[in-house]
Design a protein around this ligand. Structure first.
Ligand SMILES: NC(=O)c1ccc[n+]([C@@H]2O[C@H](COP(=O)([O-])OP(=O)(O)OC[C@H]3O[C@@H](n4cnc5c(N)ncnc54)[C@H](OP(=O)(O)O)[C@@H]3O)[C@@H](O)[C@H]2O)c1
Length: 376
């Protein structure tokens, strides 16, 4: 390793966990934190791509959900501390910032770039030079190629390890997208590719042209949609799965309670699952997590991530954070194991909990489960 940062055994302090108002409001239920395991973070495979069993989502490193701008030196420190703890998988997108998050990630991983997997995404209609976001999507092959040139510069690298199409473009056959990615692979500029929130037919068609390594869609105890068909399709095709918002956009950590109201500009304000009438109902899920956290000597966030990893060995969550103690807490989930009996018991209790409200505003939902047009 070229980094000067050495691996160390970090104990997550109780103070680091005080962002969980519901935990502190429930006497006797506050679990001790799991420390980050002293052993190397386990590895998993997304198709043929090897990554750490947990990645780091860096989406909010230029602007948080609360719309605050985090300190850049602190974000670089989190990226480097994550690597120090064994994280080799970092998830960005051209749209985050736009462009700025790729710059932060490129700077963050520069000292050890050859030892990590950089994932990023194209697909929104963003000017690759200026970052100006025009309406809608753009996966035209020439636009993808221009976007990738910009990514390589911002990420300070000569190749993108995992390139996703962020959303399916209803104007562009997926065969054309797969062909453009194949050209980039032939040039060595892209090593693996994936789709995000795509329709199932599009997944099959894309894989038939240029085999995919990963699908990235929302998946957590709060939103279990991929269990309907996406996960079984990934399994059948040998494609890995990367759950986004694996902590339910913070809900599964205990950081949101019945009184929480979101700021203007925070997308969670527009998600009806967090509406004042639904929050108290959905907190039944958090109560289940808190009970399991106490039983497993861990935290709700750690249970949420461990549960995802327990579903399939080719699932790699990418929890997002802008706080060092949260990043360390989240990595502690790698040491939480469930026996088959425990998992059955957990899933039985989970299946009795109904989540109220929609996961995304309608204006955003329309971009999910889209099928690309057929190639004429
Ligand atoms: N493909 C897509 O369309 C798509 C969409 C959304 C996200 N993503 C990717 O998925 C990654 C993760 O998703 P996400 O950030 O939306 O949701 P998430 O990981 O489910 O939750 C992130 C939220 O939880 C908080 N948090 C994280 N760890 C915590 C802890 N231990 N205790 C308390 N709070 C904690 C974070 O705040 P703090 O910063 O304060 O910790 C943040 O508000 C993103 O970074 C991005 O790379 C992809």
């Amino acid at each position: 390793m070229t980094t000067s940062i050495s691996r160390r055994h970090v104990l997550v302090s109780a103070a680091a966990l005080t962002a969980a108002p519901l935990l502190s409001a429930a006497p006797g239920t506050s679990p001790p934190a799991r420390s980050v395991d002293a052993r190397p973070l386990a590895r998993r495979h997304l198709g043929t791509l090897e990554v750490s069993c947990l990645g780091l989502g860096v989406q909010n490193m230029s602007r948080t959900y609360q719309t605050t701008v985090p300190s850049r030196p602190q974000m670089l420190a989190i990226i480097r501390a994550a690597f120090d703890q064994g994280v080799s998988f970092f998830d960005a997108a051209e749209a985050y910032g736009p462009l700025e998050v790729e710059r932060i990630l490129g700077e963050g991983v520069a000292p050890f770039r050859d030892h990590v997997v950089i994932a990023t995404k194209f697909g929104w209609n963003i000017d690759p030079q200026t970052g100006v976001r025009n309406p809608g999507l753009n996966s035209r092959p020439e636009h993808i190629k221009q976007a990738v040139e910009g990514m390589l510069t911002r990420l300070r690298t000569d190749r993108i390890d995992l390139l996703y199409q962020h959303r399916v473009d209803p104007q562009v056959p997926i065969e054309d997208v797969a062909g453009a990615v194949q050209d980039l692979m032939t040039q060595g500029k892209v090593l693996h590719w994936g789709l995000s929130e795509m329709g199932l037919g599009t997944l099959h068609r894309a894989h038939a042209v240029t085999p995919l390594s990963a699908v990235q869609s929302e998946y957590s105890m709060l939103w279990r949609g991929p269990e309907d068909a996406v996960l079984s399709t990934c399994e059948a095709l040998g494609i890995g799965f990367v759950p986004w918002s694996p902590l339910g956009v913070g809900f599964l950590t205990g950081a949101i309670d019945a009184q929480t109201r979101f700021a203007d500009g925070d997308i969670r304000k527009l998600e009806s699952r967090f509406a004042p009438e639904n929050l108290p109902l959905n907190l039944k899920l958090l109560a289940l997590l808190i009970a399991w956290a106490a039983q497993k000597q861990s935290t709700p966030a750690q249970i949420a991530l461990a549960w995802l990893m327990a579903q399939k060995p080719w699932i790699v969550p990418i929890p997002g954070t802008t706080q060092l103690p949260h990043m360390l807490e989240n990595l502690g989930s790698a040491s939480v194991q469930f026996s088959d009996h425990e998992l059955n018991e957990f899933n039985h209790a989970l299946s009795a909990i109904q989540i109220h409200g929609a996961r995304l505003p309608e204006t955003v939902m329309v971009y999910s489960d889209v099928e690309a047009p057929l190639k004429k």
